[in-house]
Design a protein around this ligand. Structure first.
Ligand SMILES: NC(=O)c1ccc[n+]([C@@H]2O[C@H](COP(=O)([O-])OP(=O)(O)OC[C@H]3O[C@@H](n4cnc5c(N)ncnc54)[C@H](OP(=O)(O)O)[C@@H]3O)[C@@H](O)[C@H]2O)c1
Length: 226
């Protein structure tokens, strides 16, 4: 394959919210967190969008279980290099390496400051009318320059939506917490404009549905276009 295998993992409310407009919602249970850390330990890289860093400042490391070495490469999609130099993912680079994927137009001095912390910075072409970094280019770089064969995409809404609409997802795990939180202004699992014809939907095959403590874990295989 020209690109890494792409696995999406996300925790959602029953009504499809993955965060509030303010930031994280605690939707995963302790059991689910152990599963997520096992999943992180099984991949070569973990990817999130810069808004997840700005809102939650996650470490994106393997905890709860014995981490394998080398640690998965923490990958941040950051068009304009908005990541703060104090972000947790930019610390401890010897042990927990990170790569910031940005556009060629982003500040060269900010890119240098990130490199000084030991993180890698790569820039990809960015077509302004397309709004986001080209994911096919990002995946190709991850595979060819960094040897990433298995990528875990953890969010947030915008990143998952872009991976789904570009048909770049192979497997998706959704942990449904048994709660309704309200969708108005929430960050949704899939933020695409609503379709009017079911023929235009993104089709999945359900692989497994398992009760996990108080919630449900649904594993989906994304169907490829015919
Ligand atoms: N429940 C869960 O499992 C879970 C997991 C992770 C995150 N979250 C939540 O998700 C929320 C953040 O989600 P979000 O939708 O605001 O932001 P996001 O998906 O974390 O980040 C989106 C940003 O990434 C940059 N980006 C660059 N190229 C991109 C591309 N090709 N596709 C998508 N994004 C690209 C863009 O930055 P620019 O705007 O600068 O271009 C874009 O605005 C947080 O509140 C967090 O708590 C929930």
């Amino acid at each position: 394959m020209e690109r890494p295998e792409v696995i999406v993992n996300v925790a959602s409310s029953l009504d499809g919210a993955i965060a509030s407009s303010e930031g994280a919602l605690i939707l995963s249970t302790t059991e689910d967190w152990v599963r997520v850390h096992e999943l992180r330990n099984s991949v070569d890289a973990i990817l999130v969008g810069v808004n997840t860093i700005l809102k939650d400042d996650p470490l994106l490391s393997v905890r709860q279980i014995k981490p394998r070495e080398p640690a998965p490469l923490r990958t941040i999609l950051d068009t304009s290099c908005r990541i703060p130099l104090t972000a947790k993912v930019l610390q401890d680079q010897e042990r927990l390496p990170s790569i910031i994927v940005t556009s060629k137009e982003s500040s060269a001095s900010k890119q240098d400051e990130i490199r000084k912390l030991g993180a890698k910075v790569v820039s990809v072409e960015f077509e302004k009318n397309k709004r986001y970094l080209n994911l096919a280019d990002v995946l190709k770089i991850l595979k060819t320059q960094f040897g990433i064969n298995k990528l875990l995409v953890e969010g947030g809404s915008t990143v998952i939506t872009q991976f789904l609409t570009n048909r770049l997802v192979d497997i998706m795990h959704i942990f449904y917490a048994p709660v309704f939180v309200g969708g108005k202004n929430a960050k949704l699992l899939f933020e695409q404009e609503a379709i009017h014809n079911i023929g235009d939907a993104i089709n999945c095959e359900i692989q497994t549905v398992n009760k996990l403590h108080e919630g449900y874990l649904v594993t989906l295989k994304l169907k490829k276009d015919e």
